[in-house]
Write a protein that binds this ligand. Structure first.
Ligand code: TYD
Ligand code: MG
Length: 458
């Protein structure tokens, strides 16, 4: 028997090398190489998409059919998908283990079955046993004679069943546990993932099978095996959230049939996922009257504005180097803002332990909440509460200047609608929008002006 030619490929980016490497020269990842069967490019390229005629057509010949969608009536899900699930599309759902991917797809299946009487759905699970999947499906109330559960990891056996059953929808839970006998390497390796996705994609396109594929994410939060997979499929969505908290966010990263600027917000309950269709105030907790060290900001997730509370605790520490702990915010960003306060407000914050949290488990990655972080820190330091009808919107630079944030108008609209009274922002934004909303818009050009503005009595 001829020796199988192998190659080492980086499981992160797909870089290939004839010998094992400790560090990928392309994506700089350590320990990411694993040995796989070499697939000659001609072999992959020669495969024609099954059942498709290969002939160039003029525009006149191509029927202008608009994409057909199945609405699930789970509003948050449909919106993220661009108005429903597109017929014959392949959607990849990524997320950490235990976040609720299987639960979400099970509920989607339930809705699709309820909406369409003649449709069969095949749920292939390589992760859990049939009885585990069945008990979850019972718990979620997805009991239907057209719902088929199949515990299998071999791609060849799965596709055999698909051909026989002819379902309208297929759920593959997960891509990492499915393996094809056409490729020598183990399940979950790049070449397996590529092969299975390619085969699934070809089948889906040829027969109009609508597929959902679950993918695991790595420690860094990318779908394992990766970028290649994301390039191949039609839609990529991530399901994320705080494992300890209840909220879950569905975020679209790529969508050939819709826009990518959407998020869906859910809450994980005992009885499954519940949509939060009006989330703007969802992340705010009832606060104690007169409490200090907290302020509010308005962030954008997709096209929606959400209010979040940033809490800070500043405690004097005479004996050791001040400790910095943050949750939901980048600790380097907080350190920078502390340095700004230290320098431009001449407050010795360096000698304090500092804790900063975002309430509700949200993770903020943008800088539009800088001003709110500073306000909370000052409020804690001076032990002086900030009125809860005030929203802070501004980025703060290294020279202590306050900058505007994008999409001011959308935020101000929501702030007005939610009956807040005052917005503290950059001078420029205040000049642009003053008088256009029923709000007191206060502009400051330096972060140091906050002290005077908020704590006049101290
Ligand atoms: P699951 O969908 O299995 O996550 P994933 O497929 O992403 O790994 O969901 C896992 C968690 O969700 C599990 O810890 C239990 C919880 N859960 C609920 O809180 N309520 C429910 O109705 C269900 C089905 C699960
Ligand atoms: Mg699962």
């Amino acid at each position: 028997m001829a020796k199988v030619k192998t190659v080492f490929s980086c499981q992160e980016c797909g870089y290939q090398s004839a010998k094992w490497l400790g560090k990928c020269p392309d994506c700089q990842q350590w320990n990411s190489f694993s040995e796989e069967e070499a697939v000659k490019p001609s072999k992959a390229g020669a495969k024609s998409i099954q059942g498709r005629e290969g002939r160039p057509k003029t525009i006149g010949e191509i029927e202008h059919e608009s994409v057909q969608r199945y609405a699930t009536r789970i509003g948050e899900f449909d919106r993220v998908m661009g108005g429903g699930v597109t017929v014959g599309s392949l959607t990849l759902i990524g997320g950490e283990p235990g976040i609720g991917k299987s639960t979400l797809l099970m509920e989607v299946c339930g809705k699709l079955l309820a909406e369409q009487s003649d449709c069969k759905i095949l749920y292939v699970s390589g992760e859990e046993s049939e009885s585990q999947v069945a008990s979850r499906s019972k718990r979620l109330g997805v009991e239907n004679s057209n719902f088929y559960i199949y515990n299998e990891t071999s791609w060849q056996r799965i596709i055999e069943q698909v051909k026989e059953l002819k379902p309208k929808f297929l759920v593959l839970d997960s891509i990492q546990t499915t393996h094809s006998n056409q490729v020598e390497s183990a399940a979950g390796t790049l070449s397996q993932i590529r092969e299975v996705t390619y085969e699934l994609m070809s089948y889906a396109k040829a027969y109009g099978l609508t597929c959902f594929v679950i993918g695991h994410v790595t420690k860094e939060g990318q779908i394992a095996g990766p970028k290649i997979l994301e390039h191949m499929v039609d839609t990529v969505i991530y399901f994320e959230g705080d494992q300890l908290g209840q909220y879950r966010m569905l975020r679209v990263m790529k969508n050939r049939f819709g826009n990518t600027n959407e998020v869906g917000i859910f809450e994980m309950r005992e009885t499954g996922l519940r949509e939060i269709s009006n989330p703007s105030q969802y992340f705010l907790e009832q606060s104690l009257p007169g409490s200090y060290g907290r302020s509010l900001t308005c962030i954008l997730e997709g096209s929606r504005s959400l209010f979040v509370e940033i809490q800070a605790l500043v405690v004097e520490n005479k004996f050791a180097v001040g400790r910095r702990t943050t949750q939901g915010l980048d600790s380097n960003r907080v350190a920078l803002l502390v340095a700004v306060i230290d320098k431009y407000l001449a407050l010795p914050l360096s000698y304090n332990d500092i804790y900063v949290n975002v309430v509700g488990g949200m993770k903020l990655s943008t800088r539009e909440n800088d001003l709110s972080v500073i306000a909370s820190l000052l409020s804690s330091y001076f032990q002086h509460p900030i009125e809860s009808d005030t929203i802070f919107l501004g980025e703060v630079g290294l020279t202590g200047e306050v900058r505007s944030v994008p999409m001011m108008e959308i935020r101000l609209k929501e702030i007005t609608q939610m009956n807040y009274r005052r917005v503290i922002t950059s001078k420029r934004a205040a000049d642009d929008f003053r008088g256009k909303f029923k709000l007191d818009i206060v502009g400051i050009s330096k972060a140091s002006e906050l002290k005077e503005l908020l704590f006049k009595t101290t």
